[in-house]
Design a protein around this ligand. Structure first.
Ligand SMILES: [Zn+2]
Length: 205
């Protein structure tokens, strides 16, 4: 039977980014922590997990419903940043360049159809756009999936002819996810975003 030490290493290594050495250091650290510090750590993680929910409006994770960004009257409802997932929204937010609201799609359409249009929250996006949106910024990496998704979204929203579309400025390396960009690069990419036509092609400047 596996020892408790082996089990705790096994559990810790299931956390992304935790390798064998970090898992060992954490396990020994738990043993040396003061009881109150250890309880605080465990209690906070449990609270975070239990109280954090998806925002029903934008799909971000938050302990508030709607989330603080959706509820913030200082942020424009009329500018939406569409992102693949919650982590990308947090990355854009950290760049401090974006003053609108977010919409988490829940993935990108895959050309092999492992993720389809109907798996994404495009209907909810259409509802938001129907109540008045001037611009949609696609904060996607440069990939085939991103192109297919932009086409799918703009096609679905084509009834709302007065919406402008834009995407992060070129300069993002092809195939690089937003996680590879530092906040400053992402800020520049948001500030110099490129306009798109409704068909998803880049307009002449
Ligand atoms: Zn929200």
């Amino acid at each position: 039977m596996a020892s408790l030490f082996t089990k705790v290493l096994f559990a810790l290594r299931r956390i992304p980014g935790v390798g064998p050495t970090s898992a060992e250091r954490m396990a020994f650290h738990f043993l040396s922590m003061k009881e109150e510090d250890f309880s605080f750590l465990l209690g906070t993680i449990r609270d975070f997990r239990e109280k954090t929910k998806l925002c029903p409006v934008c799909g971000l994770v938050s302990e508030y419903s709607p989330c603080r960004i959706c509820a913030d009257p200082a942020r424009s409802e009329r500018l939406l940043c569409v992102v693949k997932d919650v982590q990308d929204a947090f990355r854009v937010e950290k760049s401090r360049a974006f003053k609108g609201k977010y919409h988490v799609l829940g993935g990108l359409v895959s050309p092999l159809e492992t993720v389809r249009e109907e798996d994404l929250s495009i209907d909810r996006l259409a509802t938001r756009v129907a109540s008045g949106v001037d611009e949609i910024l696609f904060a996607f990496e440069q990939s085939v999936e991103s192109e297919v998704t932009i086409k799918a979204v703009t096609r679905r929203l084509s009834a709302f002819g007065d919406v402008r579309y834009s995407r992060l400025a070129v300069g993002i390396p092809s195939g690089a996810g937003l996680e590879h960009l530092d906040a400053e690069t992402l800020k520049t990419a948001v500030e110099n975003r490129t306009p798109l036509t409704a068909k998803g092609a880049v307009k002449a400047p």
